[in-house]
Design a protein around this ligand. Structure first.
Ligand SMILES: [Zn+2]
Length: 65
């Protein structure tokens, strides 16, 4: 599963498949600069040991915001 990391807030979003690379399921990246975003391929490995949080709108198990 691919994801998009917002490097400003350290929040991980699910990448929306079939769209341009910075689009996410929650649509938050419409308002963000590509300079603040980073695309990666495996959300799970990115979250391991990283000081990031998951977007509550992209991830049902994130538990709020
Ligand atoms: Zn999101």
């Amino acid at each position: 599963m691919g994801g998009v990391l917002n490097e400003v807030t350290n929040t991980v979003h699910k990448q929306e498949t079939g769209k341009s690379k910075f689009q996410t399921e929650c649509g938050v990246t419409y308002n963000l600069s590509e300079e603040d975003l980073r695309v990666f391929r495996a959300v799970e490995s990115e979250l391991d040991g990283a000081n990031v949080s998951k977007c509550g709108r992209c991830f049902d198990d994130a538990g709020g915001y």
